[in-house]
Write a protein that binds this ligand. Structure first.
Ligand code: 13P
Length: 262
């Protein structure tokens, strides 16, 4: 197989919490302060992606720690008449480093399409943010055996016109929609199969060297019990964690699961 495991040791392992619509600013401060000492010796990049109104507080609380702060979305326009939206410049100015784009909940409930995911991704990268671009198939699509077609299409469209240089600031999160918040984790083999396929797609679009450098996370009911098995797979370079990221010990334990010799 062209995509082997050699690249894993060179790639950045990233564990990111996606808090979704949870935690007020004061709760965010408390949670970051609880997480910080538990992950201070992490062998991976640790990111907390938090609601917009929590960002400033979270950035302040994470100052002098190894925790990076991310947003959960951004708009593609520089400014203008987009009521309720937040621009990349607004995020940059307050010190946000990462932004989640195209999460399945945004696609499912807020009409996000591959076209808007692509626009947001390009805007984030142009602003110097690191984009965590989410892809994943619905249960029905998996049952119809079109997972790879769905993923290939999302990767191609979501990264349309993203340069090989910009790709260095892209993280792909593979989140099978049927595994999100359901307690149903993809098996480590299922996760590896699709993460490897994502790298094959990236190889086709950007070449092997660039493809080998991209961090590919798994997300979907990942927790302190299943993280190690998933993270040991050659093409699973991290996790995007929902529910378990809201409990300091659980999140820290997922971070700790990246600490192995590969
Ligand atoms: P859960 O870990 O709660 O399944 O959520 C996964 C997710 O959607 C992360 O973005």
């Amino acid at each position: 197989m062209l995509i082997d495991s050699i690249g894993k040791s060179f790639r950045k392992t990233i564990i990111a919490g996606n808090w979704k619509m949870n935690k007020t600013p004061s709760e965010a401060k408390a949670l970051i302060e609880e997480i910080a000492p538990l992950v201070k010796d992490a062998k991976c990049e640790v990111v907390c992606c938090v609601p917009y109104v929590d960002l400033a507080t979270a950035i302040e609380a994470a100052k002098d720690t190894n925790i990076k702060i991310g947003a959960e979305n951004c708009h593609w326009a520089e400014s203008g008449a987009f009521t309720g939206e937040i621009s990349t410049a607004m995020l940059k100015e307050i010190g946000v480093e990462y932004v989640v784009i195209g999460h399945s909940e945004r696609r499912q409930y807020f009409g996000e399409t591959d076209e808007t995911v692509n626009k947001r991704t390009k805007a984030a990268l142009a602003a110097g943010l690191k984009a965590i671009v989410c892809v994943g198939e619905l249960l029905w699509e998996r049952e119809c055996n079109i997972t790879k077609e769905v993923i290939a299409r999302q990767i191609k469209l979501d990264l349309w016109d993203v340069s090989v240089e910009e790709l260095k600031n892209v993280v792909i999160a593979y989140e099978p929609v049927w595994a999100i918040g359901t307690g149903k984790t993809a098996t480590a083999e299922q996760a590896e199969e699709v993460c490897e396929f994502i790298r094959v797609c990236l190889n086709g679009l950007y070449g092997l060297e660039a493809a080998q450098g991209v961090t590919i996370q798994y997300g979907g009911s990942m927790n302190e019990n299943n993280a190690a098995e998933l993270l040991m797979k050659p093409n699973v370079d991290g996790g995007l964690i929902g529910g378990a990221s809201l409990v300091a010990e659980k999140f820290a334990s997922v971070v700790g699961a990246t600490d192995f010799d590969y």
